[in-house]
Design a protein around this ligand. Structure first.
Ligand code: XMP
Length: 331
């Protein structure tokens, strides 16, 4: 029968057989899949693996640290961090169309990853070993949804939104793929990650889109707006965790309506700030979803805290649309 330890042993053997003594690179996105795939490869070939983390500046509070500090602490993996916030924000300047945002982010990601990978190839060349392999955290449902070929781009919903998987790879990079999660479902991946000793915060993580907060700001993405959204999102995540709701909802995007203002009153003063939207959803596979009936007192705490703690936000609204007709993310 299926056991976590059995899967790990089998994959470790397969990876060793495939890779030999060549060098391997793996892009980390902060998500579960790439983290577990990298940990498996590391278990198999140790320091032949180098991970690359492109920090695009569109992550939520604490997420970059989770990769740069907690993941490295738990695994001891060799990690190259590319700080690409400036390039990403430049590419997003003036862009308001959701699809254009997604494409700009995808393009920038590939550029950053290619740069880092080329640097690694050069470095490995000096050391004499060849970088021939790229790890992808492709899961079984990804394989099925895209008809067998997964390049981080296509999925059943790709005609609705261009999904960008930050674990995605440039097509013209001459790497052979290592995909140790290809036969697994998400819950199995989480079990493997836990068995490999990854931090709970990474293993139990809810889905987060590759384009990050960039598609949760309706309007242009700027550094200031990202800071506002990051602060509101941190409150929501804290309160959901505090209320023990993390496992009962699929995810809860927080969306900043950056081009909308409304009049409010706080203390003695008039405010003219932006709304944020809470989008808590329940789902099995994200293909369909229902809005989660969060307890009213939890919603009240979230609303009070956000309007008190986050300058610029003076109104909190709740999205009560199922999918379909709404999608989970607003862009
Ligand atoms: P939608 O908005 O299409 O989202 O209903 C369905 C699920 O997919 C996530 N999502 C993404 N994940 N890259 C990803 O890796 C993307 O570009 C992307 N867009 C949406 C979304 O968070 C939800 O879980």
């Amino acid at each position: 029968g299926w056991t976590t330890a059995g899967v790990i042993d089998e994959q470790v053997e397969r990876i060793r057989a495939q890779v030999g003594d060549a060098r391997v690179v793996c892009g980390l996105s902060g998500g579960v899949d790439s983290a577990v795939a990298a940990a498996l490869v590391q278990r198999a070939v140790g320091d032949q693996l180098t991970c690359v983390f492109v920090d695009h500046g569109l992550l939520r509070a604490g997420e970059a640290e989770q990769v740069e500090r907690d993941y490295v602490e738990a695994t001891g993996v060799d990690l190259v961090v590319v700080d690409a916030e400036t390039q990403f924000l430049a590419a997003l300047a003036g862009v308001t169309d959701p699809e254009e945002k997604r494409k700009a982010i995808g393009r920038e990601f590939i550029r950053s990853f290619e740069g880092a990978a080329a640097g690694l190839v050069a470095r490995a060349g000096e050391e004499g070993a060849e970088v021939r392999f790229l790890v992808q955290g492709t899961l079984y449902p990804d394989v099925v949804e895209s008809g067998g070929a997964v390049h981080g781009g296509t999925s059943a919903t790709a005609t609705i939104k261009s999904h960008h998987n930050v674990g995605g790879l440039p097509d013209d990079l001459q790497f052979e793929l290592v995909e140790p999660l290809r036969t697994l479902f998400k819950d199995e991946v989480r079990a493997v990650g836990a068995e490999l000793g990854l931090p709970e915060a990474i293993v139990a993580r809810q889905p987060f889109p590759g384009p990050g907060l960039g598609i949760r700001i309706v309007g242009e993405v700027t550094r200031e707006r990202l800071e506002v959204l990051r602060a509101a999102d941190a409150v929501v995540r804290e309160e959901l965790t505090e209320a023990g709701m993390d496992r009962s909802i699929w995810q809860c995007p927080v969306v900043l309506l950056a081009d909308v203002r409304s009049v409010g009153v706080q203390g003695d003063g008039r405010t003219y700030g932006h709304p944020v939207v809470l989008r808590p959803v329940s789902s099995d596979d994200a293909m369909t979803a229902d809005w989660s009936r969060l307890p009213h007192d939890l919603l009240a705490r979230i609303s009070t805290r956000i309007t008190n703690e986050v300058d610029e936000v003076n109104r909190v609204v709740l999205d009560v649309t199922s999918k379909p007709p709404g999608t989970i993310e607003w862009e």
